[in-house]
Design a binder for this molecule. Structure first.
Ligand code: MG
Length: 344
């Protein structure tokens, strides 16, 4: 049975530009999707592409949705190619929100995102006062010497039992990554995210070089390495998992594909996964967090990367503010319809 499909485009400036190794990021563009289901149920989804992570562009996503002619069903979803991971995420979310299954854990810790550079210090003080115990710091933005010098200042501001994760967004050379990992070896660093080779995708010539470098770093240093940019789509994620990647993978559900397929792939490889935001609105976040709650990995769940402060300054699109822990009830309280209405 085919269900009426509609979608709305959004373009939302961030309250404060996000500084990353890719440069400042000032606004988020995407689409909210609405599917009229059976028995009066309405399903919601979000297309939030990040072409810098190898996803489809917004124009490609919009064209694919328009090509469905205003209606969708399971067969139409199955016909959307895997490289349109953001479209597949949105349609599967809206058509079959129950497909991810019930929560497997009672609550998830949330990692507070700290800004790049020295601004991280004051932000860490505030986050600590709010009760956060997991933190992520963007590195690879300022000079390596300056950032290495800041690391101990930052660690000194955090609670004694805190774990800090670092995200380089692929900015370092293999040699710089080695220097950082040496520095991290005797410090409470949970993991280092995408130290280098953010751009290598399966099939590219550089991928073998990236594989050698990342596997080498994972082998040579005790601090775990998490792949993020390298595994943004389901095809890349599968590629690394089938090759026996020994570290962690960061899963941004909104970029990867149909939620149930993501879960099945992770479960098949008993993956050590960290679930993370792609700076989507509350609509995509609700689905991504349900997926995170439903995943039962080989160990206690790691803190989820949904700890950015209010992104857009509109509570209907931001959803509830980030808190140190999230339960299934908190996630159920996110109001997708209010976000949709905010765009009218
Ligand atoms: Mg990352």
């Amino acid at each position: 049975m085919s269900h009426p499909l509609s979608f709305r485009r959004y373009r939302l400036p961030f309250r404060a530009a996000v500084r990353t190794a890719h440069g400042p990021w000032r606004e988020r563009a995407g689409l909210l999707v609405r599917v009229e289901g059976g028995a009066g149920r309405t399903g919601w989804g979000e297309v939030a592409p990040l072409p810098a992570f190898g996803t489809e562009t917004l124009a490609e996503a919009e064209e694919a949705l328009a090509g469905l002619g205003g209606a969708v069903d399971g067969a139409a979803l199955a016909g959307v190619p895997e490289h349109l991971g953001c479209v597949r995420f949105a349609l599967a979310s809206a058509l079959a929100p129950e497909a991810v299954g019930p929560p497997a854990v009672a609550r998830l810790a949330v990692a507070r995102l700290l800004p790049a550079g020295r601004a991280a210090l004051a932000a860490a003080d505030r986050a600590r006062a709010e009760g956060f115990a997991a933190f992520k710091w963007k590195v690879g933005v300022e000079g390596i010497e300056d950032e290495l010098a800041m690391l101990d200042d930052l660690l000194a501001r955090l609670p004694a039992d805190a774990r800090l994760r670092l995200d380089a967004n692929g900015a370092w050379t293999t040699r710089q990554a080695g220097r950082w990992l040496e520095r991290c070896a005797d410090r409470p660093i949970e993991f280092v995210e995408q130290p280098c080779f953010a751009a290598a995708a399966p099939g590219a010539t550089r991928v073998r070089q990236a594989e050698d470098a990342l596997l080498g770093l994972a082998r040579d240093f005790p601090t775990p390495i998490a792949l993020d940019e390298s595994v943004a789509g389901l095809a890349s994620l599968r590629w690394w998992l089938e090759r026996g990647w020994p570290g962690i993978v960061v899963v941004k559900p909104a970029l990867a594909g149909a939620p149930a397929e993501i879960l099945a792939l992770l479960a098949a490889h008993r993956t050590d996964a960290v679930f993370s935001s792609a700076f989507e609105t509350a609509v995509g976040r609700q689905v991504a967090l349900r997926l995170a709650l439903a995943y039962r990995g080989p160990q206690a769940p790691r803190a989820v990367g949904f700890g950015a402060a209010a992104l857009f300054g509109d509570t209907r699109l931001d959803g509830p503010p980030a808190t140190p822990f999230l339960t299934a009830a908190d996630v159920d309280h996110i109001d997708a319809e209010a976000a949709w209405n905010a765009l009218s």
